[in-house]
Ligand binder design. Structure first.
Ligand code: SAM
Length: 249
């Protein structure tokens, strides 16, 4: 069984076709067995919250999405790799005048977010339960005002650094889909990840605004941050601002 095949404990639900991608995805898409309640959230709630037209099955021609169909009103903020969804759920509750998109290929994380949203429902959030790159393909130019990348997968081995999010494969499309002046926030506990972020993100057209050990005023600690602190690592919070034009590579 490959990583992208559904595991037998997953409910056969069309919403999960959004997990399929034609790209190489090296992270995990399944963790330990889902709790019965989580299977119910995936079967019953995801269809309602899922952003349509992102998967290759649904949109083989990669047509640009009509974002007027997103729930809520206002600016659009994106969280890439929301993990268990603590940050996304809390931000969506706090900023009800903003529309949120969260993407996360790890199905257990999607189920955790759905559980949080059952307890504290919001009306301004859409989920892409898959790879951010598939989402980037179909988002219109300049549609995002803020982007969160919280504790991205570190890929510590040097030969795997090209899998990191802070590479042109991700950052160039991110430049296209963000509005000039958009904020891009990156939190990491891995010094070498911070190094690559500070090198690569400005090259992609996002100017450094701040690089701090102190979190943003509205920061919501995530599971990975809690783990990092428990294990003695130090968080870095970096803020970038999207330029008008991209520098020549
Ligand atoms: C280290 S975890 C951090 C999760 C969460 N942000 C937190 O702080 O607890 C990184 C997350 O990024 C997700 N991820 C990795 N590659 C991704 C991609 N291409 N698109 C979207 N999410 C991705 C992983 O599935 C994983 O859940």
């Amino acid at each position: 069984m490959s990583d992208t095949d559904p595991k037998p404990d997953l409910p056969p639900h069309p919403a999960l076709t959004a997990l399929r991608t034609h790209r190489n995805f090296y992270g995990r898409v399944h963790g330990k067995t889902l709790r019965p309640s989580q299977k119910i959230y995936l079967a019953n709630d995801l269809a309602e919250l899922r952003l349509r037209g992102v998967s290759f099955d649904e949109n083989p021609d990669r047509r640009v999405l009509d974002l007027a169909k997103l729930p809520g009103q206002g600016e659009i903020w994106l969280e890439v790799g929301f993990g268990g969804g603590e940050h996304l759920a809390a931000m969506a509750g706090r900023y009800s005048q903003v529309r949120f998109i969260g993407c996360e290929p790890f199905v257990n994380g999607v189920a955790m977010l759905l559980g949080l949203l059952r307890r504290n429902p919001v009306a301004n959030t859409a989920i892409h339960p898959g790879d951010a790159r598939d989402l980037f393909d179909v988002l219109p130019d300049g549609c995002l005002h803020k982007v969160f990348l919280n504790y991205p997968d570190p890929w510590p081995k040097a030969r795997h650094h090209r899998r990191r999010f802070v590479t042109p494969e991700h950052l160039d499309p991110l430049f296209r889909i963000t509005v000039p002046g958009a904020e891009f926030r990156v939190a990491t506990d891995i010094p070498d990840y911070a190094r690559q972020t500070l090198e690569e993100v400005p090259l992609a057209g996002f100017a450094l605004v701040s690089d701090s050990g102190v979190a943003w005023d509205d920061w919501v600690p995530t599971r990975y941050e809690t783990k990092a602190l428990r294990e003695g690592r130090t968080p870095r919070y970096m803020t970038f601002r999207r330029a008008e034009t991209r520098p020549q590579r």
